[in-house]
Write a protein that binds this ligand. Sequence first.
Ligand code: APR
Ligand code: PHB
Length: 398
Amino acid sequence: MGRSHRTQVGIVGCGPAGLLLSQLLHVYGIESVILERKDRAYVEGRIRAGVLEQGTVDLLREAGVADRLDREGLIHNGFEIAGNRRRHRIALDELTDGKVVTVYGQTEVTKDLIAARLAAGGEIVFEADAVTPHDFDSAKPFLTYSHQGENYRLDCDIIAGCDGFHGICRQSLPKEAVRSFERAYPFAWLGILAQAAPAADELIYAHHDRGFALCSMRSETISRHYVQCSPDEDLSNWSDARIWDELRHRIGDTDGHHINEGPLLDKSITPMRSFVAEPMRHGALYLAGDAAHIVPPTGAKGLNLAMSDIHYLTRALVSFYKKNSTDLLDRYSDQALARVWKAERFSWWMTSLLHKFPNEGGYDRAFENRMQEAEIEYLMSSHAAQTVVAENYVGLPF
Ligand code: APR
Ligand code: PHB
């Protein structure tokens, strides 16, 4: 039968969602255990996005894990859109009454959270195999898993499914209990991390006939860049020289932008998908982050959305444990989904605005292409349109 242990909240997945939940619960005196399939080095080595909304920064401060973020995070007051042979700066602070974003890698957020959990005596079981949620439609849910050849049972009050898009928690729900909404895009992003100074002080999102490109950064000496490629692209077709060449073509190597080359530290392909599962709760099982929804990375919303789910879930759990009220738990799914759908809309819109859509099945996209140009033109000339972009980019309120 194996060994049994007990906690208040059993968390599946040691990504930013599971980690932030565990750390915030600790701050409020609630116990949790995290079960993670991979090992620590793998979790801390994954390269992901890196734009944090102010609400995300505030939550990390509340969790007591923002010291390094406050020292090393880069404050960005704006970003640039390039397209139709023009460039336009979206002045985030001016358009939103002073709101800004912070550029700081998700990889670093993950490392800071793991260090804080372990320093506080938090329990993270890395390399937990065959994690399975049970009896979550009863008041006595539990998780089973195996670790280093032993079988375990973890009893808990609540299961938090923070196990990403491919995780087990959503898949464990009865088919008829979940409705999924999905859109796959006919392109992907090829991303590089390079030891080279950023192309400019701020991020550049570019629409180009050869495809979308994005110049981002991690620090004054590390660049993070992306180029649109086909979804079934073979990485071996993309030599370093070809990537730099495409970036120069798509971004434009002119005054204020210089694509600085340097050795690559990482090269990978990210598929593009929009996905939402409704509802985000079934009995005692609560989904959060990528386990419940995916956005294409164009709006930089993936991590931020995981963090706002955790904000709602933490408030609900604190109210449950400290005030014996299930009201916020009952409202969790509706509250989280209201914000999720707005971020889905923005991410879908930014993606549709800036990418080159292939002519599929002989369909001529001439009209859609002109619409895209007209929309970019409108965005570059309308204060109202820029305000809409800025308000969404800095993050809608929780
Ligand atoms: N058992 C245990 N752990 C699992 C299982 C499983 N069956 N399946 C997946 N996991 C783990 C993964 O190994 C991963 O560490 O769950 C974790 C999920 O983490 P993320 O994928 O980072 O998801 P989340 O925490 O919701 O963070 C959302 O990450 O994917 C990006 O764009 C996304 O930026 C957003 C953020
Ligand atoms: C990144 O820096 O990795 C990044 C920035 C902005 C995005 C997506 C990714 O929209």
